[in-house]
Design a protein around this ligand. Structure first.
Ligand SMILES: Cc1cc2nc3c(=O)[nH]c(=O)nc-3n(C[C@H](O)[C@H](O)[C@H](O)COP(=O)(O)OP(=O)(O)OC[C@H]3O[C@@H](n4cnc5c(N)ncnc54)[C@H](O)[C@@H]3O)c2cc1C
Length: 473
């Protein structure tokens, strides 16, 4: 089918008299907004189309109301349980700011997200912490000074391995790394951090090189941070920059088709057809073919993209009426053996940053957010989600003995698309260029640095590197 495109008038850059290039971004998640910022900084005219009514994509903030369930479904999430009941929660959850579920951003000031926000002077403040561990006893932080000293030589050797050596190690699994170096506390460290970095439990699937590289990049900042005022502050600040700098963001504007002619993306069809010099799609990449005809791409590329695996998770919120002040703002890693899960051991986190001091809960209250890593298949299994709920609650009991007496309400859910594409050895993330000219992919599906929010934001850097090519300029 041939589309009729109404060409838009090219905009004159008043200062230089240059003709500006026009870019269209599909999706106002953090990946799309970060890309919009970078393109505006390079002088592009930028339009962002978002199918939903909220900014932020999977990293949004909202209030609990009747739309929460449908919002979750839009992102392939499912509520698995509510206490006391949905009706009562509508009243009880008033005054809380929620996200789709557990969110912490890795690496603090060294992660792509905080760095970009600082660069644009966004003024977003973060609550940051180290990580504790809930084992037989509770350790905060996980590593005591003595442990660190004992591990230091090995850590230095691994973290400061030459880049080339790390490249070689990309095909080596963390399991192999543990066999070689995993004695004493180092064993615990290697069983925890690579899993947290990739949101994958199976150590055979996690690349040793990727994990070490990620850990090295993030050294020196808070291991995890949460924005004061709620996760939505990130997308709000980014959108504000976009609008102040002449970009346009259309909400409730679903892109129905990417118009491709002769192997080149010419524009998109939302309410009407519009022509662009670059089209950047940021939905999980497996969904690209809902808006771009698969016949326009080589078969092998379509097959590869369609078969890329995301990551899953169990997520819960427990609203507490006051907690021990010593716990406020801290995060704890949990780990249990469980042979019925891929990897034989499951890792998760319980975090206390969503509290009244950070402006996301009513006075004196705290929304304890938790998650446990699983595969997308496991996330679809109600019995397995029940097992993970029990695991979270067992560990929560260790941190907050008798917590149920102080619990106002709780909600738990599962997600099959935490990350667009898992960072594993057998699941190579694609680059931002596609076989169709002027069509790019960005967001957490591509091979940028970090996972989740950081990966999505960092994809904007890869877009700028790619888009410098003469085909566009
Ligand atoms: C419950 C949950 C917990 C998570 N926890 C963490 C965490 O702790 N730490 C972390 O770093 N990451 C976490 N993540 C992952 C993180 O949220 C994502 O990696 C990140 O938000 C992805 O951003 P993105 O811009 O790539 O994609 P998205 O946020 O998915 O944005 C894509 C946007 O495109 C829009 N869209 C799709 N199709 C169309 C269309 N046809 N037309 C117009 N718009 C369209 C969507 O509505 C969406 O807003 C979590 C995710 C979930 C769901």
């Amino acid at each position: 089918m041939v589309y009729r495109i109404h060409p838009i008038n090219r905009c004159k850059d008043v200062s230089s008299g240059d003709v500006k290039m026009r870019a269209c971004i599909i999706g106002a998640g953090v990946g799309g907004l970060a890309t919009a910022i970078r393109l505006l900084q390079k002088g592009y005219k930028v339009d962002v189309y978002e199918r939903g009514y909220l900014l932020g994509g999977r990293a949004l903030s909202c209030k609990f109301d009747e739309r929460y369930d449908s919002l979750l479904k839009k992102f392939e999430m499912r509520i698995r349980g509510i206490e006391p009941s949905l009706e009562e929660l509508k009243e009880l959850a008033k005054g809380y700011s929620m996200d789709l579920g557990f969110h912490l951003i890795g690496g603090g000031k060294n992660g792509a997200t905080v760095r970009l926000l600082q660069e644009i002077n966004a003024g977003v403040k973060f609550a940051g912490s180290r990580l504790g561990f809930v084992g037989e006893r509770i350790d905060y932080p996980i590593l005591r000074a003595g442990d660190k000293m004992a591990m230091l030589p090995r850590i230095m050797q691994l973290l400061f391995t030459r880049k080339e050596k790390i490249e070689e190690m990309k095909r080596m699994s963390v399991e192999e790394l543990i066999e070689k170096y995993g004695r004493g506390t180092m064993n615990l460290v290697l069983r925890l951090f690579p899993r947290l970095i990739t949101t994958v439990n199976n150590l055979q699937k996690i690349s040793a090189g990727e994990s070490l590289f990620a850990q090295r990049e993030l050294m020196g900042g808070h291991p995890v941070v949460y924005p004061k005022g709620g996760l939505g502050k990130i997308s709000e600040a980014m959108a504000d920059y976009v609008k102040r700098n002449g970009g346009r963001i259309y909400l409730n504007a679903r892109v129905r088709k990417i118009i491709i002619e002769d192997g080149r993306a010419r524009g998109v069809m939302a309410e009407e057809e519009r022509e662009y010099d670059a089209v950047i799609a940021t939905m999980p990449v497996q969904h690209l073919f809902t808006v771009a005809k698969r016949e326009e791409f080589p078969k092998e590329w379509v097959e590869r993209i369609k078969n890329l695996e995301g990551t899953g998770s169990f997520i819960s919120y427990h609203a507490m009426d006051g907690i021990d002040e010593k716990l406020l703002d801290k995060s704890f890693v949990i780990m249990e053996k469980n042979d019925s899960f891929d990897g034989g051991e499951v890792v998760g986190m319980i975090d206390f940053k969503m509290n009244y001091l950070n402006g996301v809960a009513p006075h004196g209250k705290c929304l304890v957010q938790s998650y446990v890593i699983c595969t997308p298949q496991e996330a679809r299994d109600a019995n397995k989600m029940e097992e993970l709920r029990e695991m979270v609650e067992r560990n929560l009991e260790k941190l907050l003995p008798g917590y149920r007496k102080r619990m106002d309400w709780c909600i738990y859910s599962s997600i099959c698309h935490l990350d667009g594409v898992a960072k594993t050895i057998d699941n190579e993330k694609p680059g931002v260029a596609t076989p169709v000219k002027n069509l790019y992919i960005a967001g957490d599906s591509v091979n940028s640095k970090g996972v989740g929010v950081n990966c999505a934001v960092d994809s904007s850097r890869l877009i700028m590197e790619e888009i410098k090519t003469p085909s566009l300029l």
